[in-house]
Design a protein around this ligand. Sequence first.
Ligand code: ZN
Length: 106
Amino acid sequence: MKCPFCRGKNDRVVDTRASDDGFVVRRRRLCLSCLKKFTTYERIEVTNVRVIKRDGTRVPFDRAKLRQGIERACWKRPISEGQISALLAELETRMESEAETEVRTE
Ligand SMILES: [Zn+2]
C-alpha cells in the first residue's frame, strides 16, 4: 500500500482490528520511509451476486437487506448478534469463494 504522505511503498501493519459485525478489517500501517501512520480498510467484495426472489425476479445482493431478513427470522429466538454476524460472514465468504453469481432467497 502506497503511503498517502510520501508515496513510499514500504509499510508495516502495526494494528489489525475487525469491526463489531466482523465485515470490515481496519489496519493501522506505519510508513517505513516517513514514519507517519495511516489506516486501510478491508471488506469482502460481493458486487456480482444477484438474488433470485421467490417470484423469480432478480435484484442485486444487498448486505443490509440480508441482515434485516435474518434478524426478522431470529426475532424472539435465543440467537445472539454474534451468531447472526457469523452466519452473514459465512454466507458472504461462500458466495465469494464459490463465485456464485445468483443465489435464491430460500
Ligand atoms: Zn510515508
